[in-house]
Design a binder for this molecule. Structure first.
Ligand SMILES: [Zn+2]
Length: 170
């Protein structure tokens, strides 16, 4: 990157120029700073600022941090459908999105009723049972095959191993 050293040199030059100007007008600038921060001329116009509104500037920072925290919490828990302000408590797309009942594809609008929840629960159990039986079937299939292979596998090296040993011995 070529622009980076140029920017650094430019900023350094500006800082040096500012410092030279400041030192050149040290008395004026120092007085300006003292007046505007309220360290001299106490009954002057800046007394009201620094003992009143100005003394609260730090608290605005704290309030801002609290507001940012609340905003992040809202962003985390509200429905991910753009423009929706409901609480999103239903995971969608494998948990990548949290959606409210109105925007979740399983509910499609109305608030889930007792019967609806019962039906979804029953469907879930049936699906789970089907997956379990399929897995069991696959497991049976896989565990049955290596046993058949082992019969041949155990037999074949047993025949060749003594032959190899004989070869080495002989
Ligand atoms: Zn929503």
């Amino acid at each position: 990157m070529k622009w980076r050293p140029i920017v650094i040199v430019g900023l350094t030059c500006a800082a040096v120029a500012g410092l030279v100007l400041w030192l050149d007008h040290a008395r004026v600038m120092g007085h300006w700073l003292q007046v505007h921060t309220g360290t001299v001329n106490e009954p002057g116009p800046y007394y009201g600022l620094w003992s009143g509104f100005g003394s609260d500037l730090e608290e605005f920072g704290i309030l801002g941090a609290a507001a940012a925290g609340i905003y992040q919490l809202v962003k985390k828990y509200n429905c991910h459908e753009p423009g929706c302000w409901r609480v999103g408590s239903h995971p969608a797309a494998g948990g990548r999105f949290m959606l409210c009942y109105r925007h979740h594809r399983d509910f499609r609008g109305p608030k889930p009723t007792h019967e609806f929840i019962e039906r979804l629960h029953r469907e879930h159990l049936e699906r789970q049972a089907a997956i379990d039986s399929k897995l069991h079937e696959i497991h049976q299939h896989l565990t049955a095959k290596p046993v058949a292979n082992d019969v041949h596998g155990a037999g074949a090296p047993a025949q060749t191993a003594p032959a190899a040993e004989d070869h080495r011995a002989g």
